[in-house]
Design a protein. Structure first.
Length: 289
């Protein structure tokens, strides 16, 4: 799993942080899954390449991961490692295909009219990662699949709020246009990185949508599956606190650096998560009313 470990170590991702709660075999498998996600996302975001070239490269990843999942001979190093774990965990090609479809949306869509439109994107780029992850974590109750979908949407909406400036600098606005109009914020204001009380109200509305999905995840996960989902629950805790930090800042997300939790805050959450699971605590650490 050498290639995947290198990619994972280079990243400061919260997802990679959560791997520490997993036993070695599952941690290695999640590193491979993360590396795949990182690779295809980087292809979609590489604006040094023409859109058609990125589309061709994503198609190559789709064909190669199909070979990995269906017993062929994949060409890409990450997919060769993925093939090894696909023999131990049920990772269907259809979910990888859906994830790549989400990356392809970034090639052609720069605005989303409604929450419903946006949540198709959130499902593909985040919930699908959750659905693949829970196959590695292991579960018995099928409600875990709904949990993965809800939590993925919550995390992605939190990401969208954090990254408004970064996305605007690329000409992208993920905040639903319907909400911008409701609070009389123009697309041009967002692209010019203009903070206002009206923008704060837009962000608060999107944050409430995110909280809805955190709450849905909280009540959907069966208590007996919570230990198996320890890494996902840590992710929920980290992003729930990130959302609270954004709120304390009045959702002024136009500064030069995206809002993040400090490394110390993250490590504290890891320690608390370990303690909670070792002590048998079953209530989640996010999504409280």
């Amino acid at each position: 799993m050498r290639e995947s470990r290198v990619i994972t170590r280079k990243s400061a991702s919260n997802l990679a942080l959560a791997f520490v709660l997993l036993p070695r075999e599952k941690r290695d498998a999640m590193s491979v899954l993360y590396a795949f996600c990182r690779e295809v996302d980087d292809v979609a975001d590489d604006e040094s390449l023409p859109v058609e070239e990125r589309r061709v490269r994503l198609a190559a990843w789709r064909a190669d991961v199909r070979r990995a999942c269906e017993g062929g001979r994949p060409e890409f190093a990450v997919n060769r490692e993925l093939q090894q774990i696909a023999g131990r965990f049920p990772l269907p090609f259809e979910l990888f295909d859906e994830l790549i479809r989400g990356c392809e949306m970034d090639l052609e869509i720069r605005r989303y009219e409604t929450y419903e439109d946006l949540e198709v994107y959130c499902y593909r780029v985040a919930s699908v990662v959750g659905l693949l992850s829970i196959e590695i974590f292991g579960y018995r109750d099928p409600r875990c699949r709904d949990y993965a979908v809800f939590l993925g949407k919550a995390l992605q909406l939190t990401n969208i709020l954090r990254d408004v400036r970064t996305d605007a600098e690329r000409g992208r606005i993920y905040l639903p246009l319907q909400e911008l109009r409701r609070f009389q914020v123009t697309e041009e204001e967002v692209l010019r990185l203009e903070y206002s009380e009206r923008f704060r109200r837009v962000a608060e509305a999107v944050a409430e949508r995110a909280r809805h999905f955190y709450r849905q995840a909280r009540v959907t996960l069966p208590p007996e599956e919570r230990r198996a989902m320890a890494a996902a629950e840590l992710m929920g805790s980290v992003y729930w606190r990130l959302l609270a930090k954004l709120e304390r800042q009045g959702f002024d997300v136009f500064g030069p650096e995206p809002t993040r939790l400090t490394r110390g805050q993250k490590l504290l959450l890891v320690a608390r998560s370990w303690y909670r699971f070792l002590s048998g605590a079953v209530s989640p650490n996010y999504g409280a009313p």
